[in-house]
Write a new protein. Structure first.
Length: 301
């Protein structure tokens, strides 16, 4: 890695650490959203740096759909032991059992959108004022509209036309009772930045991100892993392919990509030449042209 890239990554790191410290200074009850994916793992790593030698001063929150990759949950539990952070887990299944949301049916059914209600309920339960997330502006066009401090009304909803200016790294965390914020310290990072930072800092990630053999089937151009919750319909043959995942989300909507990239250098080279964003294999973003923005307006990450 040349000195320019190293300097660039250190600048991004400093910016993210500054924002996390601003959150700790401006809010009494912040929380870090943790999914077990690479961005949230980098966020935890940055939080450790931001408050070292003290522990991370806020808890982590994982909204578990019940349809996560088993490898992700196993990694999450190991990682929390290593970090020594307080982890809160809330389950979409509980929201379904309580009648708060209704399970989708059919071959395209997913619990991904159902996370919104579970998340909003958890934020209300613990009275969290600011939820720190790992979303980046390069991921999707709706996320490109976000500020670092994204204001949400008392219903947890987002108005993209009512964003506050953020000049000279001045962040306005003022709010009325019941309102909140979503904080995105990685906003200016790209997928390539994340991978190069993972290599620079020697950060451990779930093995799903690296090339491996897996039974998959193709649905609407997306390779889905065969599992108890994702299985082929008529005319969708199961194939054993060498794949990896660029994102790790709900199994019902997270597609794999064929790839021989089994180490960080290979992944960095692959991402450098990619012409499709990492969310290009996410079926939940394909439901409509404004699928992500609609979910965000309702309170999604």
């Amino acid at each position: 890695m040349n000195s320019y890239r190293r300097s660039h990554l250190r600048q991004l790191e400093s910016e993210a650490i500054y924002i996390m410290r601003e959150v700790a200074a401006q809010f009494e009850r912040p929380v870090l959203l943790f999914s077990g994916g690479k961005d949230s793992i980098v966020m935890v790593h940055l939080a450790q740096k931001a408050f070292y030698p003290a522990r991370i001063p806020f808890p982590l929150l994982h909204v578990d759909t019940g349809h996560n990759f088993p490898e992700t949950i196993a990694f999450r539990d190991r990682y929390m032991e290593e970090v020594g952070a307080r982890l809160i887990v809330r389950y979409v299944q509980d929201s379904i059992d309580q009648g708060r949301v209704q399970e989708e049916t059919g071959p395209y059914a997913s619990r991904n959108a159902l996370q919104t209600v579970t998340l909003l309920d958890a934020l209300k339960e613990f009275k969290f004022e600011a939820a720190i997330g790992g979303a980046r502006r390069d991921e999707e066009k709706a996320r490109a509209k976000e500020r670092f401090f994204s204001h949400r009304d008392r219903f947890g909803q987002w108005d993209p036309k009512n964003q506050r200016p953020e000049l000279w790294n001045l962040f306005n965390g003022r709010k009325h009772d019941g309102e909140g914020f979503r904080i995105f310290p990685l906003s200016n990072w790209t997928e390539l930045d994340v991978w190069q930072y993972v290599k620079l800092e020697n950060i451990t990630l779930p093995n799903l991100y690296f090339s491996h053999r897996r039974d998959v089937f193709e649905r609407d151009g997306v390779l889905l892993a065969v599992s108890e919750v994702t299985f082929p319909q008529f005319g969708e043959p199961i194939e054993n392919r060498v794949v990896r995942f660029r994102t790790i989300g709900d199994m019902t909507c997270t597609g794999a990509v064929e790839s021989p990239a089994a180490n960080l250098d290979s992944i960095i080279a692959e991402v450098s030449s990619a012409r499709v964003t990492e969310r290009g294999a996410r079926t939940d973003d394909k439901r409509s042209e404004a699928a992500m923005e609609d979910r965000k307006k309702q309170g999604y990450f």
